[in-house]
Ligand binder design. Structure first.
Ligand SMILES: Cc1ncc(COP(=O)(O)O)c(C=O)c1O
Length: 405
């Protein structure tokens, strides 16, 4: 009998899998350019007004356990934000504060997935979606974002699959990420309407991970699921990490505005699960409540951060598309680029080997596309200043030339 559970095999995250190698190289004196983790707070200081709110929470003694559902101030702030920005009418009862979107995803699968049940996930995906499902005995059904169509959701493919499955699969939910990590796709309203229509027709619970909802470039327009999915069960996931540039706070939330039986049953289980882990980071919650309520400071902070992010992402995409060895669809939001590598021109065969050897030979750490269900690609986090991005891409090109056929 193994000391480990069979489910423990799902533990791990491809985004960090090269970290120990990178640490070892750094200890040998190498300066590693780390473009693997999507952490804005490394490059953009968390806004001062949020840091001050955190400090005030500490000084006021808010270092103890708080309501397991989240402090009322934050749950109200979430409701106010969704009313202000998306016109949603809901109440704080429909919000559970979590330790980031990550924990909300865990709670979701805990609450709804039985052995052998399925969920629809679009490839390429945020890497923890499938294992969090599989830990509970679930199996992903993969639909796709289509690279040839600017990484948009292939809704025709989705419709065909849903017809084909009929009742033969027990599909518990359909999970959309908008804007998407790793492709930077911002889904148009009409595509979202098609997805909502299909979910309605096939009675699927809709989950919308909108953790990048304010990180949208230029003329792209973000539509929240709450603007379209009326009268059906759906859940929105969001939090402090990206829009508020506060990844380390570990504060997120799940919101399920529906008054229907399914929504109520799932929210009740979220509440029970929240009780088991006592509470999310308490000073972080006070800081987040202040951050969400301070609309004018937030506007200023996000405006300058987003403008700089867009410059960096566009700059890096241009350099990538000038390369003989990579091609990328220009992202419309978030801060990732997901180039296809021309492996046919290289002696290296897999993206896993590519990222491993790139790190050892050129001191640049990126993530293999296969970790996102996008074999043959790499993901480049484009948050670093332009000079660093330029150096990294030069080195990737040099690496490719050295390994060219
Ligand atoms: C799509 C997506 N969802 C969720 C998360 C995790 O967010 P959190 O820090 O709130 O756990 C990330 C982090 O990169 C992400 O890209």
């Amino acid at each position: 009998m193994s000391v480990l559970s069979s489910r423990s095999r799902y533990a791990g995250n491809p985004i960090e899998e090269e970290d120990r190698v990178a640490d070892r190289l750094a200890m040998q004196g190498k300066k590693i350019i780390k473009l693997n983790r999507g952490d804005p707070a490394v490059y953009f200081r968390t806004p001062e007004y949020i840091i001050n709110a955190y400090k005030q929470a500490l000084e006021a003694g808010n270092t103890h356990y708080v309501d397991h559902l989240g402090i009322p101030e934050l749950r109200e702030a979430v409701v106010d934000r969704y009313r202000r920005v998306y016109g949603l009418k809901t109440n704080a009862e429909k919000v559970v504060v979590t330790q980031g979107v990550s924990e909300a995803l865990l709670m979701l699968n805990f609450a709804v997935i039985n052995e052998g049940e399925n969920a629809i996930i679009f490839k390429p995906y945020f890497p923890i979606y499938p294992p969090y499902l599989e830990i509970f005995g679930g199996k992903p059904i993969f639909e796709r974002y289509d690279e040839a169509n600017e990484w948009n959701v292939d809704t025709d493919g989705l419709e065909r699959s849903l017809k084909r499955y009929g009742k033969s699969k027990r599909i518990k939910y359909l999970l959309v990420t908008n804007p998407n990590n790793p492709t930077g796709t911002v889904l148009s309203k009409s595509i979202l309407e098609e997805i909502v229509g299909l979910a309605n027709e096939h009675k699927l619970l809709l989950i919308s991970d909108e953790v990048y909802d304010e990180l949208v470039f230029g003329h792209a327009k973000f539509t929240s699921m709450c603007q379209l999915a009326k009268g059906m069960p759906y859940m929105i996931l969001n939090g402090a990490s990206k829009n508020f540039d506060a990844t380390g706070f570990r504060v997120g939330f799940a919101m399920m505005p529906g008054e229907d039986k399914t929504s109520n049953m799932i929210m009740n289980k979220f509440r029970d699960f929240a009780q088991m882990r006592l509470c999310a980071n308490s000073p972080g919650q006070y800081a987040m409540a202040a951050a969400m309520n301070n609309v004018s400071e937030h506007k200023k902070a996000i405006k300058s951060m987003l403008a700089e992010m867009e410059i960096r992402v566009k700059f890096a995409t241009k350099l990538i598309n000038e390369s003989r060895y990579m091609h990328a669809v220009e992202p419309k939001g978030a801060f990732y680029i997901f180039p296809k590598v021309s492996f046919e021109k290289l002696r290296i065969r897999s993206d896993r080997k590519f990222v491993d050897e790139l790190l050892r030979e050129e001191d640049v750490q990126v993530t293999r596309g296969s970790g996102f269900g996008g074999d043959g690609h790499i993901r480049i986090v484009s948050l670093a200043p332009k000079e660093i991005l330029e150096t990294a891409i030069d080195r990737i090109n040099r690496f490719c030339s050295r390994h060219a056929k």
